[in-house]
Design a protein around this ligand. Sequence first.
Ligand code: ARG
Length: 455
Amino acid sequence: MWGGRFASSPDTLMEAINASIDFDQRLYAQDIRGSKAHAAMLADMKLITADDNAAIQNGLGAILKEIETGQFEVSRSLEDIHMNIEARLTELIGDPAGRLHTARSRNDQVATDFKLWVRDQIDVTVEQIAQLQSALVAQAETGVDFVMPGFTHLQSAQPVTFGHHMLAYVEMLERDKGRFVDARRRLNENPLGAAALAGTSFNIDRNRTSDALGFDRPTANSLDSVSDRDFVLETLNAASITTIHLSRFAEELVLWSSAQFQFVTLSDKFTTGSSIMPQKRNPDAAELIRAKTGRIFAAQTALQTVMKGLPLAYSKDMQEDKEVTFDALDTLELALLAMTGMAQDLTPNPDALRKAAGSGFSTATDLADWLVRTLNMPFRQAHHATGQLVALAENRNCGLEDLSLQDMQSVEAGITKDVFTVLGLDNSVDSRKSYGGTAPENVRVQIARWKGLLT
Ligand code: ARG
């Protein structure tokens, strides 16, 4: 492509470090799409003839077919996908191929291709997150009134419902989708036509290519257009936060499926056995989802490091944006699909959930609240009295609801038998009707809301 200026060909090591075709061939569809839009615009603006445009359109169409049927041979000496396609176009249509690169550079070309690829992948990701949300909403419906322990510090705190716990993840995932959608909105400006860095003296129409490629508008500064990779960083950041959420749920599934918890049973499809211990069912998929987080963080750190301190405009450093991004977004896709499968197939165990919820005096707060409400006791004093009753129950080796009224009155004379209506798990969760609280009545309303939003 630049033989005019060079006397010898590059060293093999130069080719090895420089060529990106091994990974950027993944951008072929976007590259062809971008070139078609560019050629059509050049013809509309009378910068190339209609005949040349027709030859280019046909040639690019043929190349797309060749690639998709595995008949396209890539060459490392042609460096990247852009030059591989252009070289093949020259073989196929001759001279008109040389006119395609008018008013364009690989710098704006690669920025355009990669934006289109990231945009497509954002759309896939958002859809997959929605699928996972739907699976969780279905589980919430199954377990809308399964009482389970709610934890703080991984200590039994207050009873909650399984449905409420599932919907906590649905909320997180909704914010995750929002971050992807938001990144997409900012991404959606067209860099094509910024050329190498300064724009072009040809009378091009960047609005045409923007429309053809589904961008909202052209980018307004050519230097920024070719040196911006914020759109990737934002997407990787959204991916990182999503993977954090997946890892938290994965961790809970690992705990919950253990013999000690038995809160849920994972299906055979997402677990493995042990080659030596016949009793085991290992939550490998959950563990791997928990672990994949590292690769996604790594991609973000890698690209942030590449971009930090880069002078304007394009530098070859930026070619390092692709491999890590492909890996991170592929990884996220796999993690989302596996998590959705696991979520669809898991079976909550209401008996074990309830049994665990009953331990640890989890309705102590309800007792304190009753003292405040009924006896008009200051909360701090109610907390103290309840502490004494917990100690008493602990001595008797029973639950709070098993203490006699006399026991209760020995600590606080004003207590009446009405107190027993707030003790016990179902009373406790049923009473938590404040907006956003765990009462099954609330959770049913939320489930209906999500079902409406997710269809
Ligand atoms: N393969 C290159 C990349 O991915 C394309 C842009 C090359 N531009 C250049 N001026 N050498 O960044």
